[in-house]
Structures are given as structure tokens and as C-alpha cells.
Ligand binder design. Structure first.
Ligand SMILES: *[C@@H]1O[C@H](CO)[C@@H](O)[C@H](O)[C@H]1NC(C)=O
Length: 309
């Protein structure tokens, strides 16, 4: 029964649990060190500033570009490298559906290309593997890092979910006819590596829910020290210029809540304090004006003086 005492104790208990959890999550999020560098504008040479699309589409231009990042605080490895795209709607209904999960999974379904149009088959009718717009638009910028003129190694292993590698992308499915059409949408794939090991593709094909998203590119296993200058060489290939997208490189450490994220801690704090405030209100109300409760024994059978029930 929801008696006042039970309600007050429950609310107070939720408040007492949630507020420390919220504080812990916020402090963990605060400890995350992030370096964020937007590069899509800087990586266009001055003479192409008025025609960025021409620069990115030309095969004659030099797409290589360097940037220097300053590490604000010591960063303990593993440091996660993300690329962040903005104004890129991976959640568009026709884009999300433009893949064929059967084809990705097994070699026997190689010719399955339903849902994949307009990237289903080549002009002579043979199936594209992996088919569809998601795979076709694979992100293809690359980054390499150096510090004190020494290369900083990037580990690109295990950036995709193990469940995706084991259950969604086949180890006997090899890319075929990929990116051979007239219009190249993005990265190419090495045709001698099975899809289950093409981790960049697997990461890319786990479509983002919002138009601004980050995807894992790799990890730096070493530590970076405070004030260290890291030089990034960016191969700026991916065309986000024709739809006013933005490209950003992010280096981030991680804690038990993952990367920087104040939402979780704030949500816990708000819910916890609401419960605590309600518990206090109810308690004060209950002490000032206790409500007379019904007498449950009134409901039970009683023998009347005349001997009947
Ligand atoms: C990278 O993707 C763009 C499209 O965004 C494409 O035009 C270009 O050819 C691709 N380059 C490489 C090296 O894959």
C-alpha cells in the first residue's frame, strides 16, 4: 500500500542514490581531455576558397594538409581518434534503408541487391558488394600523427563492435565491383580483405542517429604530455563541401562513462534532487497536516448485536 511513509522513504532513497551517481558521472566527464580541430575550411588552399567543390573533386589537386594540435593536459593512452561530421544526415530514411544485410552476411547471397538502388549493380548487371548508398558514401579522409618529428602510431584494430564483426559482416564476403561506377561517393575497399575485417566500413555502416556525429577512426596507445605539439597530416578527400557539411578531428581520452558527456550526470542530478525535494515536501505536509487514513477493519465482517453478520 502506498502509505505516506512508504512514499517518503522511497523518494528519499532514490534521491540519496541518484545524486552521488550524478556527481560521480559529472566529475568523470570533467576528467576527459579533448582536442577538437575543425579542418574542412583550413584544408582548402587560398586560390580555391571560392570553389571548394572543384578543389575536392579534381584529381590533380594536392589534398594533403597539416595542422598542429596542442595537448592542453596530459592525455593517458589509449587516446581515441574520432572524425566528426556535421550536417550529414545518415538518418535519412532512403539512406538508412540503402543496404542489404543478407548480402553483407554471407557469400551465398552475393547477388542480393534489393533496397540498394541506385548503387545495386554495375551497368552490365553484376552485383556490387557491398551495395547501397551507405557503403558507397564511405568516409575516406585519413590522418597520421607525429610528435617531436617521431611518428605516433595509430592502432586501427578493434574499432568496430565485435558483434558487428561476428554476426553482421561475413568473413567470406569480399568487395566486388565496388566504387566502379561513374560517380565515386567515397572510399574504396581492398578487394582481398573480407568485409568482417573492413572495420572502417563496419563503423561507417552503423548509421548515426543525428546529423552531427562522431565515429571512431583509431586509437593512439601512447600517452601525450601537456603542451606537447602534435602534427597531423590530413588527407582531405571526402566531399562535404557540396552540402555545407563540416569535418572535425577529435582526440579524446575516455573514462568509465566513455567520452565527454555531461548529459548523463545532469539527468541523474535533476531526477535525484526532484525526488529529494518531493520527499521533503511530503514529509513536511505529512507532519503538519496528517491525513486521517481509513480504518481497514471497517471492511471486515462483523457480528451485529442481534447475532447476524
Ligand atoms: C574520396 O571520396 C570522394 C567523394 O567524397 C571521392 O571523390 C574521392 O575519389 C575519394 N578518394 C579516395 C582516395 O578514395
Amino acid at each position: 500500500m502506498l502509505t505516506p511513509l512508504i512514499v517518503i522513504v522511497t523518494l528519499a532513497f532514490i534521491g540519496i542514490i541518484f545524486i552521488p551517481v550524478g556527481l560521480a558521472a559529472l566529475s568523470a566527464s570533467k576528467q576527459v581531455v579533448e582536442v577538437v580541430h575543425r579542418y574542412d575550411m583550413d584544408c582548402i588552399p587560398d586560390q580555391f576558397q571560392n570553389d571548394k567543390v572543384a578543389f575536392i573533386q579534381s584529381s590533380a589537386t594536392n589534398k594533403s594538409c597539416t595542422a598542429t594540435l596542442t595537448v592542453p593536459k596530459q592525455m593517458k593512452g589509449p587516446i581515441h581518434i574520432y572524425y566528426q561530421l556535421d550536417n550529414f544526415y545518415q538518418n535519412h530514411r532512403r539512406y538508412v534503408k540503402s543496404r542489404n544485410d543478407k548480402q553483407l552476411k554471407s557469400k551465398t547471397s552475393e547477388s542480393e541487391t534489393s533496397n540498394c538502388a541506385p548503387e545495386a549493380t554495375t551497368s552490365d548487371g553484376s552485383a556490387i558488394v557491398p551495395c547501397g548508398l551507405i557503403a558507397w558514401s564511405l568516409f575516406n579522409d585519413t590522418y597520421s600523427f607525429a610528435s617531436n618529428s617521431k611518428v605516433v602510431e595509430v592502432n586501427k584494430k578493434d574499432i568496430a563492435w565485435p558483434s558487428d564483426k561476428d554476426h553482421k559482416f561475413g568473413s567470406d564476403v569480399y568487395p566486388k565491383n565496388f566504387q566502379m561506377g561513374g560517380l565515386i561517393g567515397g572510399g574504396k575497399l581492398n578487394a582481398s580483405i573480407p568485409l568482417s575485417q573492413q572495420e572502417d566500413l563496419i563503423v561507417w555502416m552503423r548509421t548515426a542517429a543525428l546529423p552531427k556525429f562522431r565515429k571512431l577512426y583509431g586509437r593512439i596507445e601512447a600517452d601525450l604530455e601537456a603542451n606537447e605539439q602534435v602534427t597531423v597530416t590530413i588527407q582531405n578527400h571526402y566531399n562535404t563541401y557540396s552540402f555545407e557539411g563540416e569535418k572535425t578531428l577529435v582526440l579524446s581520452t575516455a573514462t568509465w562513462i566513455g567520452g565527454q558527456n555531461n548529459f548523463l550526470g545532469t539527468a541523474y542530478l535533476i531526477v535525484g534532487s526532484l525526488c529529494l525535494v518531493l520527499a521533503i515536501c511530503f514529509m513536511v505536509l505529512y507532519m503538519l497536516k496528517p491525513r486521517t487514513l481509513g480504518d481497514p477493519s471497517y471492511l471486515s465482517w462483523k457480528r451485529n448485536p442481534d447475532g447476524h453478520y
